[in-house]
Design a protein around this ligand. Structure first.
Ligand code: NAP
Length: 443
């Protein structure tokens, strides 16, 4: 049997994830070598500050601030610095020098993915990124390989642990968003500046990555519609609970028939979007609690699949990085060029106005004869049909006119019709206020 030379691994970054990757790699080096069929040598770890405290005991002689020199001598480069620069420049350098690259960097992939994948293809290298979405959860490889022969119809993902923790606490502990966020910060689930999580930017990056992969189409981050959870109130969460729903921040990636075109692939588009939505209590995603993540995939032949687990954490994310390392190392041993990302479908990326969904609209209206007929007419004007209507009389002693609260669930309709309906309701003389508008998903 031919003995393969030891593979040279360069690690960039020794923070939350990098320190755990280094420590696991050193600890399990022999066992990983057995699985790979070749030895692996961690030849160095690039950091910014040699004296910074580390979350794992790492051999000092491996640390360096010279990332470029480290990269030039490596077979496989693991990028765990994060952010756009210098991560982008360093990955380009690694690919140009013939190394395979592993990254967990969703921000970089969502904004510069096409440039990186193109270069990898040109030079015959491979870029691995299992850890970029869903931390420890295997979702990239299932979409890339296991489902490569199927047609993914829709993905509903809870891909941000911070917002799931907050919404879950609002639902189960009955606390406000601000209080739930304070607890998340205390427990280390939220960053000092939580904007990227709360406003859905992090989930949008992940949506762009998984939609590109699932639909074999480049989905630019700018085309991902995004709403965060900052406007979600405890009243909305409690009303949802009473109606048998859970509020979840969802990343939704969907194949949409455009209703035209004869040939396969024609007449289809894709939508990638992030917003808080009502999920029925019985849906598997409703049972995803705390900071856990889950990705629910609906495929033509496979049916429904759900991938669940820890979406972040240094050790958990390191598991996904090491899985990529074993794949990359095996590829080196076997030889041959990397497998290019499949982006052949080139489906049209659709705006929000082209999607269909359901709304749950809560209104306060005057409680007098003829009001319901007026409301029904507004729905009819926009060809939106009402599926459920629950009315309760408000206890407003002393108010000049009695008021009622209407909770209206619609059938599926186009987003543009639904939005126009809400706009007309808001300006109607009989509607005192539009209290809440949430989309319903997962029915
Ligand atoms: P982190 O804790 O901030 O660590 C970043 C590391 O990069 C630090 O060790 C830092 O060095 C090093 N670094 C920064 N600038 C550098 C430079 N110019 N040259 C060399 N090294 C440099 O980040 P993290 O939480 O481990 O995240 C790493 C990546 O994993 C990110 O892309 C993130 O999105 C992704 N990810 C993280 C998680 C998670 O749970 N944390 C989950 C999934 C994906 P010093 O230590 O010397 O400052």
């Amino acid at each position: 049997m031919i003995e393969y030379r030891n593979l040279r691994i360069a690690l960039l970054g020794a923070g939350n994830v990098g320190a755990q990757v280094a420590s696991l790699l050193l600890e399990h080096r022999e066992e990983l070598a057995e699985r790979i069929g070749a030895g692996i040598d961690l030849v160095g770890i690039a950091v910014r500050d040699l004296k910074a405290a580390r979350k794992a005991n790492l051999p000092e002689e491996l640390l360096t601030t010279d990332a470029e020199s480290l990269i030039l001598g490596a077979d496989i480069v693991i990028e765990l610095i994060g952010g756009i620069e210098p991560a982008r420049e360093l990955i380009l350098l690694a690919l140009n020098s013939g190394a395979d690259v592993i990254t967990a960097n969703k921000a970089l992939l969502a904004t510069h993915g096409p440039e990186l994948f193109e270069l990898a293809e040109q030079v015959g290298a491979q870029l691995y990124y299992e850890a970029a979405v869903g931390g420890a959860i295997p979702i990239i490889r299932p979409l890339h390989d296991s489902l490569a022969g199927d047609r993914v119809e829709r993905i509903l993902g809870i891909v941000n642990g911070t917002t799931n923790f907050i919404l879950d606490r609002m639902h189960n502990a009955g606390v406000s968003l601000e209080d739930a966020l304070a607890t998340a910060t205390e427990l280390g689930f939220a960053e000092a500046d939580p904007t990227a999580d709360i406003e859905g930017y992090d989930a949008a990056q992940k949506a762009a990555i998984i939609a590109s992969l699932a639909f074999h189409t480049v989905i630019p981050l700018e085309s991902v519609y995004r709403e965060g959870i900052s406007a979600i109130t405890l009243e909305q969460v409690e009303a949802a609970k009473r109606a048998g729903y859970v509020v979840k921040l969802l990343a939704i990636c969907e194949r949409i028939a455009l209703g035209k075109g004869e040939g396969k692939g024609e007449g289809e588009g894709v939508s990638a979007r992030v917003y808080p939505a009502l999920v029925p209590e019985g849906h598997p995603l409703a049972a995803v609690h705390g900071s856990k993540n889950a990705v629910f995939v609906e495929a033509e032949a496979a049916g429904d699949l759900m991938f669940y687990g820890a979406g972040a954490g240094g050790m958990e994310t390191a598991s996904a990085v090491l899985g990529d390392l074993v794949s990359a190392a095996r590829r080196h041993v076997i030889g041959g060029p990397g497998i290019a990302e499949s982006r052949h479908a080139e489906l049209e990326v659709l705006p929000m106005s082209a999607i269909t969904t359901r709304y749950q609209i809560t209104l306060v209206v005057e409680d007098r004869p003829g009001v319901l007929a007026g409301i029904a007419e507004i729905f009819r004007n926009h060809e939106v049909s009402v599926q459920t209507l629950v009315q309760s009389i408000n206890d407003e002693s002393g108010a000049s006119l009695p008021a009622a609260t209407l909770v209206i669930g619609t059938h599926e309709a186009s987003e543009s019709s639904l939005a126009a309906t809400v706009a007309e309701l808001a300006s109607s003389a009989v509607v005192k206020s539009v209290v809440s508008v949430l989309r319903v998903e997962g029915l």
